[in-house]
Design a protein around this ligand. Sequence first.
Ligand SMILES: [Mg+2]
Length: 217
Amino acid sequence: MLIPEAEHDDLHLGERPLIVCDIDEVVLEFVTPFMAYLDHNGHELRATSFRLHGNVFSRADGSETPGETVSAMLEAFFEAQDEWQTPVIEAAESLARLSTHADIVFLTAMPPRHRGLRRTLLSRHGFDYPMIATEAPKGPAVLALHGARAQPVVFIDDIFVNLQSVRKHVPETLLVNLMANDTFRALAPHPGDGVEIATDWPHAESLIKAHINASAG
Ligand SMILES: [Mg+2]
């Protein structure tokens, strides 16, 4: 199986449900360690709205950090992600239980150049599921994976546009909104119609199991 515009591990789906799962803010903490990374580099993220750019300020003089500097620090953060990013609580345990019922595939919007380091970091924390890295929209990627299979399909992500992209391309998908950072979750826009909002991994796991059981009749 080959996913267009992506770099990915070998993908072999069984005849069973499919769970497509985002990484940042879903299985790996992103906002909390990025705040720590900014602090380490003399900047702070002020959580006043649901975005990074425009909310980062210099600790030295309080000035807004230019967008290109924020982008450069984000890139440097991902180059050192294995020193900063930690697993989201209960993610590995929930996915391990779900993996007895379903195939799990990670779908991350990270530039493919960071794929190797991310693969190593995931495996270190017990996330031994195949990963797709692509900056293309997520809906077509899920469609390429799932096609016209009759099995249930689930998609978990923190971002509105990703959830709605999958809703558009694979409308039968159970869409689950999950975001680890409480502060930014409170600032996030509503994920849109047709999306279940999970407060944590145990909640997401129960939503997914109920969906799979209902589909099995
Ligand atoms: Mg994410």
